[in-house]
Design a protein around this ligand. Structure first.
Ligand code: ATP
Ligand code: MG
Length: 344
């Protein structure tokens, strides 16, 4: 009897593993990882990795779409992977790897370039924003960024893409390119959906609540880096812009305060209304002190784990991750090559 139950359990387990949907996401090693990346992406990934077959990438090929110092890029690539691991991404459950170590990403991007249109790439908000900052010479890579991102996602039959709200437009573009390819060449790609969480969807800059917090921001007072120490966090929160008034109220006409409450809410796992209640009758200064302390408390274990990881062990995990996903990427790329008429 026991044996029968055991066999049934194994069958159910096997079915669960086989039917798990796949998610894919990545972060560029383009600067200092910040709490927007953590709350908008990584924190969400950690929650999703049990439910989904998860693939998380350090997208170094995306990072070089704006100028990077080569030595710094290497360091940041390892640092991003350390942040994934220290935040709770488990390499036994999820695959983590470096984008440039799986060459199929670049190959598929080239093929997708032939179905993408210049006019639709010109409409991408990120391209418009970043090219404004780099007017001296906007590279083709920056223009082509969404096509490479589509390749990243489509290579793995990804069903959901957990990103911050700023990347939803690119996931939409991925859907467009996937559908267009399927129409031209026959059913090849799974059409993915963006997956965003309410709390972390768009963390705004501490120095400018009208623009999102960014790694590539000019001032370090724009963001709190995952590696900032307690003193830096206190200083940056103190300096963060606030709105006129003195009450701690979560409302649209107070965008700076709303952003700070969102950060508090995401770190403390408390609704904005609860935070309003805690700080009823209290000053901005008291609220900011409380906010700085909760960020310090929540980042501390991540920072300790990041420090404890050696570069060598992380590189080993990344190499193993690349080995694990390469066969999936190769099978899909071969299918694509056949579809377009390449001889394998
Ligand atoms: P860069 O300025 O170099 O583009 P970035 O800070 O925008 O860097 P990315 O590597 O482009 O970071 O994005 C990694 C992930 O973090 C994406 O899922 C993106 O949507 C998310 N993300 C980035 N900034 C924020 C933010 N301010 N709030 C919430 N999520 C964010
Ligand atoms: Mg970005």
């Amino acid at each position: 009897m026991k044996a029968i139950w055991f066999a049934r359990d194994v069958r159910i387990l096997y079915y669960n593993i086989m039917s798990k949907k796949r998610i894919f996401s990545g972060i560029q090693p383009s600067g200092n990882l910040h709490i927007g990346n953590y709350l908008g992406a990584i924190k969400n990934w950690v929650k999703l990795q049990d439910e989904f077959e998860s693939i998380f990438c350090v997208v170094d090929m995306h990072a070089i779409t704006v100028l990077q110092d080569p030595e710094e890029l290497k360091k940041k690539t390892i640092e991003v992977a350390k942040a994934y691991l220290a935040s709770g991404i488990d390499p036994e459950k999820s695959s983590i790897f470096i984008q440039s170590q799986v060459s199929q990403h670049a190959e598929l991007a080239w093929i997708l370039n032939t179905v993408a249109k210049v006019s639709e790439m010109e409409r991408m908000t990120q391209f418009k924003d970043k090219s404004q900052k780099n007017q001296e010479g906007v590279g083709m890579g920056l223009f082509d960024y969404p096509v490479l991102m589509a390749a990243d996602i489509l290579l793995y039959d990804t069903e959901k893409v957990p990103v911050g709200e700023d990347q939803v437009q690119h996931v939409e573009m991925t859907r467009t390119l996937g559908r267009r390819f399927n129409q031209k060449f026959g059913e090849t790609f799974v059409i993915p959906e963006p997956h965003i969480t309410k709390e972390g969807m768009r963390i705004m800059g501490l120095d400018d609540p009208t623009n999102k917090m960014s790694k590539s921001a000019e001032s370090e007072y724009n963001y709190i880096a995952l590696t900032d120490d307690a003193e830096a966090i206190r200083k940056k929160i103190k300096k963060a812009v606030t709105d006129s008034g003195s009450e701690i109220k979560y409302q649209d006409d107070k965008p700076a305060l709303k952003n700070l409450i969102n950060i508090y809410s995401a770190f403390a796992d408390k609704a904005p209304e609860e935070i309003e209640k805690i700080y009823e009758g209290k000053s901005y200064a008291e609220f900011k002190d409380g906010l700085a302390e909760i960020i310090i408390e929540k980042l501390k274990p991540i920072q300790e784990k990041m420090k404890a990881l050696s570069d060598e062990e992380v590189l080993e995990i990344l190499r193993k991750g690349a080995e694990k996903v390469r066969p999936i990427a190769k099978a899909k790329l071969d299918e694509v090559k056949k579809r377009v008429g390449f001889i394998l």
